[in-house]
Design a protein around this ligand. Structure first.
Ligand code: MG
Length: 410
């Protein structure tokens, strides 16, 4: 049903998006033959996207884990892209958006599906041209990209010091041990979820924190910063859970500990409220994982509402769209710290953006509790001493170990 609809719709678009294929280089005449997805059972359902071409090239991307992505890609975007040249990445990005116009081309799962395909198109293009993606974006600004460790919080906390997860994980000492473990692994930015209720009083629905809960959270931050000293920067994530009053009380309590950033203190939709909180507290704020595309970031950047922006590459529009967000952010001297909960594919896609733009501080790494994360890629571990070396191979520059993918496929 969708294929017919998509094909009819795409036919009306193709005329507008048609260009003369006048190239006679190595990519002349190459056509996309198939799009497909595979889901890996990681700490999220990591959704790989493959673009196949008639010369045997396979580009691999990743879409943010979301219901409906598989259907949109295979039933909807596949008939739009089959027969197209994969190296026309920007034109195909706009064609995909046009074909989903009114059906998620601006945000949500439609944009997520497009993002996954866009990353796969860059990988295929780099492989066809024998160039790394960062080179296609204009070359690299750095040889390695800093990665920060998401240590989670409470029952979900990642710590080699704790066997099993118990209420004990809400103790300041447990947070300090988790931070020590990450720093000993080479990370020099660690982040903790500070929104997890620890039982000292609050009201999630009213987004309220009682004083005793604020004090408990202050003690957690104190324990972590005491433990790591100047070995690492410490960030906290509040996951949109608090009111302006509660967020301000918490920010004031932890301000003396020089945290690197406070992430998502307020619900994500209201830029004015975030900017007002930013003026009232003496801490850098970060947001962005719920925003889509450069248009979704425009008011955050123009209002200078936060210090750091966290687009998610396989969600916000893909590699080129994230670079455009970085370029827009640069006009206000704002810096990217991208959100990332993905497999090595999403991670390395983000690394290529980080290589290509100056205003990139660090990339999230969310899978310290998945011991086989690095095994998904053939060769050496990607993350070494809290950094990922920018891959120099064609495309994304990584080769997946498909046996490990098979082993963990859903
Ligand atoms: Mg977050």
């Amino acid at each position: 049903m969708y294929e017919d609809f998509a094909s009819k719709l795409a036919a009306t678009m193709w005329a507008d998006f048609d260009v003369t294929p006048d190239r006679d280089g190595p990519t002349a005449g190459v056509e996309i033959t198939d799009l497909s997805t595979r889901v890996i059972d990681g700490n999220f359902p990591w959704t790989l996207v493959t673009v196949e071409t008639d010369d045997g090239t396979v580009g691999v991307g990743e879409a943010y884990p979301s219901p409906g992505v598989h259907e949109i890609i295979t039933d909807y975007l596949r008939p739009v892209l089959v027969g197209e040249n994969p190296t026309d990445v920007e034109r195909l990005y706009n064609l995909m958006r046009a074909s989903l116009s009114g059906r998620g081309s601006q945000q949500g799962v439609g944009t997520i599906a497009i993002s996954g395909v866009e990353i796969a198109l860059w990988d295929a293009t780099g492989k066809l041209l024998d160039l790394p993606v960062y080179q296609l974006l204009g070359g690299k600004m750095r040889d390695s990209v800093r990665v920060y460790a998401d240590c989670h919080g409470g029952d979900a906390m990642v710590s080699s010091a704790e066997e099993g997860q118990t209420e004990e994980t809400y103790r300041p000492e447990a947070y300090a041990a988790a931070a020590r473990s990450a720093v000993d692994d080479g990370f020099d930015i660690v982040k903790f979820d500070l929104d997890v209720p620890a039982g000292h009083g609050g009201d999630r629905k009213a987004r309220h924190l009682e004083t005793a809960e604020v004090e408990h959270k202050r003690r957690l931050v104190e324990a972590v910063t005491d433990e790591v000293g100047t070995e690492a920067e410490v960030a906290v994530d509040l996951h949109w859970n608090f009111s302006p009053e509660a967020a301000e009380a918490l920010c004031r309590a932890i301000a003396p500990y020089d945290v690197a950033w406070v992430e998502d203190p307020l619900p994500p939709e209201n830029t004015d409220a975030l900017a007002e909180l930013g003026r009232r507290v003496d801490l850098p704020l970060l947001t962005g994982e719920n925003r889509y595309g450069r248009h979704g970031f425009r008011d955050l950047i123009e209002d200078e509402a936060v210090a750091f922006l966290a687009p998610d590459v396989p969600k916000t529009g893909g590699i080129a769209e994230t670079k455009k967000i970085a370029d827009l952010a640069e006009t206000h001297y704002r810096t990217l710290v991208p959100h990332n909960i993905g497999s090595p594919v999403a991670t390395v896609a983000s690394v290529h953006v980080g290589a290509a733009v100056p205003n990139f501080l660090a990339l999230e790494y969310h899978a310290r509790d998945v011991p086989w994360w690095d095994d998904l890629v053939a060769g050496d571990d990607l993350i070494d001493d809290g950094r990922i070396e920018v891959p120099d191979g064609p495309g994304l520059g990584i080769e997946l170990d498909w046996g490990v993918v098979d082993e963990h496929e859903r």
